[in-house]
Design a protein around this ligand. Structure first.
Ligand SMILES: Cc1cc2nc3c(=O)[nH]c(=O)nc-3n(C[C@H](O)[C@H](O)[C@H](O)COP(=O)(O)OP(=O)(O)OC[C@H]3O[C@@H](n4cnc5c(N)ncnc54)[C@H](O)[C@@H]3O)c2cc1C
Length: 318
């Protein structure tokens, strides 16, 4: 869909190219682009590897680092990406079910943590169960080593990719018995069928916020600038808003628009992460809502004024 929209605006995507290096100058940015090609390697056992076929140097007026969690642009600019809250592991299952879920997501809070049910098209659903006692020792060791070495980022694959690629030998926590136990434990009201499991994974969701959305001629949007938990579907959706605003600010060329972009989204994400004026129960809040007020901020699919309006429906206010 995005590619079609870009084509309609005469923008061609250069697939299989990566930004290898960038240097901000006074009025532009020097970028080194690597063109990647698949090369056959190995004599006894043949395999393909991506290799750099060509490197080109180019000058661009602006760089937008929408390059995800491990953002090279962010690292190259030396922008910090600190953790601003506790990380959470979730076991995620997508399966076919006869349950009629309508169009509502459901949220469960109990001693096991948070669980979320999303309806999906064509009779499918996704359940995500928080795993408070689960640890990916390998991932955490690498992370701790890097932090000790003074690197404020976590440049490993997401557990999602590694877990998915190790299928079919998936761990017990992702077995069908585990899914049925989690459902019985967390959602005994979910009495419908678990027909065909199409996807399962353990994901570590970190809570991070960039120390700056950019400056000068280099800017960040999306996961390059923030990560959060899954319940409020905030990561991608708000990343889209940022991209739209950043594009408009770059196109307008009006002085101060880009600094305003940084200020607006820093403030929005500080609120989403509960770092300032956290949600508090008003006089009409249900006791259950009041008890979970702080955790609910990252569960509401909105930001800014819409977030305040949604929270208001629950009797919560900032
Ligand atoms: C299991 C799971 C479930 C999720 N569910 C939801 C959900 O329901 N709703 C939601 O809103 N979010 C969800 N998220 C989060 C969502 O996937 C991310 O927020 C979103 O993909 C971030 O988009 P992005 O474009 O910022 O970064 P990415 O999707 O990470 O894209 C970055 C892109 O940049 C490219 N890139 C990286 N480095 C370079 C380089 N040097 N040069 C050129 N290109 C580069 C990468 O190849 C990649 O294509 C989920 C995440 C996970 C793991």
């Amino acid at each position: 869909m995005l590619e079609r929209e870009l084509a309609a605006r005469d923008v061609k995507i250069q697939w299989r190219h990566e930004v290898a290096e960038l240097t901000p100058n006074a009025g532009s940015v020097t970028v080194f682009l690597n063109k990647l090609e698949k090369e056959s390697r190995g004599y006894i056992v043949a395999h393909n590897e991506w290799v750099v076929a060509k490197t080109t140097e180019t000058q661009v007026p602006y760089v937008v680092g929408a390059d995800g969690y491990n953002s090279r642009v962010r690292r190259r600019l030396g922008i910090q990406f600190p953790e601003v809250g506790a990380a959470q592991y979730f076991a995620v299952f997508e399966f076919q079910t006869k349950a009629d879920l309508g169009h509502e997501m459901r949220l469960v809070f109990d001693e096991g943590g948070m669980s979320v049910l999303w309806p999906l098209p064509n009779g499918y659903c996704r359940w995500s169960f928080e795993l408070p006692d689960y640890h990916d020792i390998d991932a955490e060791m690498i992370k701790d080593r890097l932090f000790t070495a003074g690197l404020g980022y976590f440049p490993t694959e997401r557990p999602k990719e590694r877990e998915a690629s190790s299928d079919p030998g998936h761990p017990a926590i992702l077995g069908e018995t585990s899914l049925r136990n989690l459902l019985a434990d967390r959602a005994p009201w979910f009495l419908s069928t678990v027909d065909h499991i199409t996807w399962r994974t353990v994901v570590r969701f970190e809570r991070r916020l960039t120390s700056s959305f950019g400056s000068g001629h280099c800017w960040l949007a999306g996961d390059a600038a923030h990560t959060t938990g899954p319940a409020g579907i905030q990561s991608m959706n708000i990343g889209m808003f940022e991209a739209e605003e950043l594009a408009a600010a770059l196109a307008s060329g009006a002085p101060g628009e880009l600094d305003a972009y940084n200020a607006r989204w820093t403030q929005a994400w500080r609120q989403l992460h509960g770092l300032e004026s956290p949600l508090r129960p008003g006089p009409t809040a249900d006791p259950w809502i009041a008890q979970h007020a702080a955790a609910l901020t990252s569960c509401l699919p909105a930001h800014g004024a819409e977030l305040a309006a949604l929270a208001g429906q629950l009797g919560l206010r900032f």
